[in-house]
Design a protein around this ligand. Structure first.
Ligand SMILES: Cc1ncc(COP(=O)(O)O)c(C=O)c1O
Length: 346
């Protein structure tokens, strides 16, 4: 409220496309301190959600028919962004330690139209997988070798609840090949539509012109709220609380799955953070069809097909989320789903 009484004009007038200057400075400091990202050679702008980072990167760098490599599975929102620009999507299998490097290099070698690699290296949506340091380093080497951009989408990176942090790909970027997308959505509020994009100074003008053409600037009032919060409250302490809650819920969901899910021919990821896990059923079970039966029993999940580069190919995978439901609902849901799966597999 006090923002509106003390700085009404700043809060309600048009503003700079790059973002509210004070928030940009606060975020740059955070990038250096918490993520080891060099802000000497890079620029940071505030955007309206990290969904917009994907949109602006594609708008600035991708022409119709250009190729974008995506993890298979990957986040549907960004896959759809790439599709709207008529990019050609190339799926590369996601292993437990990140993209399959052999397939990644083969795809780069064989398709000269590829301009970008899209990755969610930490607590990936939908799988919960974290890309290892070894794979991250190789991804950068390959990006430099084939001269393609890596779009590193990291909305869940701060939500680690066990294991060791892995450096961001951007923090290892010395050649300007990585665009980093961070977001307030998973650590502060998704409704404020606040995120930030860090990239080599050389593409600043292109990105800012794209931003101007899309929405002039991100909601200033939202930016001022975030800036005030960063100045007067402790965001890291708040994130710590979220981590503890998700640790509890994630571990509880896994405990329930161990108890109620069939184990033969069914596997699932065991994330060290984030909000999702990924279940793989035997081939031949179409999880899109399974969803209708599950919904009749009042349990929802997202079928794997939603996260694939080819949305017409049925998959036997599904995504579960553990961040929003209380313990009793998690147990109830997993029990019902477990019984449904057992009835299909017996
Ligand atoms: C991997 C990934 N990228 C981007 C987004 C979009 O986030 P934002 O609310 O910052 O636009 C999401 C949201 O679920 C996501 O999971």
């Amino acid at each position: 409220m006090h923002i509106l009484t003390e700085q009404p004009t700043t809060a309600l007038q048009y503003s700079l496309s790059e973002g509210y200057p004070k928030l940009r400075e606060q975020l740059k400091e955070r990038m250096v301190k918490n993520f080891g990202i060099d802000m000497e050679n890079n620029e940071l702008i505030v955007v309206s959600g990290s969904q917009q980072s994907a949109d602006l990167a594609t708008k600035a760098l991708i022409n119709e028919g250009d190729g974008i490599i995506c993890e298979e599975p990957s986040f549907i929102g960004c896959l759809n962004t790439f599709r709207t620009y008529k990019a050609k999507l190339y799926g590369v299998k996601l292993n437990n330690d990140g993209m399959d490097l052999e397939q990644l290099e083969k795809t780069l070698k064989e398709n000269k139209n590829i301009k970008m690699i899209y990755t969610i290296p930490t607590f990936q949506n939908p799988s919960g997988v974290t890309t290892s340091l070894k794979v991250r380093k190789r991804m950068i080497e390959l990006a430099v070798k084939y001269n393609v951009i890596i779009l590193e989408d990291n909305p869940y990176g701060e939500l680690r609840y066990s294991g060791e942090d892995v450096p961001t790909i951007k923090s290892m970027d010395t050649t300007g090949h990585v665009i980093y997308a961070g977001s307030f959505s998973k650590v502060f509020s998704p409704g404020l539509r606040l995120a930030y994009m860090v990239f080599d100074k050389g593409i600043m003008e292109k990105i800012v012109v794209g931003k101007q053409a899309t929405d002039v600037h991100t909601n200033v009032f939202s930016q001022m709220i975030a800036s005030y919060y960063l100045e007067h409250y402790d965001l890291d302490a708040q994130i710590e609380k979220i981590r503890l809650l998700y640790k509890h819920r994630g571990e509880w969901m896994l405990e329930c799955m161990d108890k109620y899910f069939p184990t033969k021919n069914v596997s699932w990821t065991r994330p060290e953070g984030g909000i999702f896990l990924w279940v793989t059923l035997p081939e031949g079970i179409d999880t899109q069809k399974l969803l209708s039966e599950s919904i009749e029993k009042k349990v929802a999940f997202v079928p794997g097909v939603a996260f694939m580069t080819d949305i017409n190919k049925p998959t036997s995978c599904l995504r579960l989320n553990y961040s929003t439901m209380p313990d009793d609902k998690i147990e109830q849901g997993i029990k019902i789903l477990g019984e449904l799966l057992k009835s299909k597999l017996d």
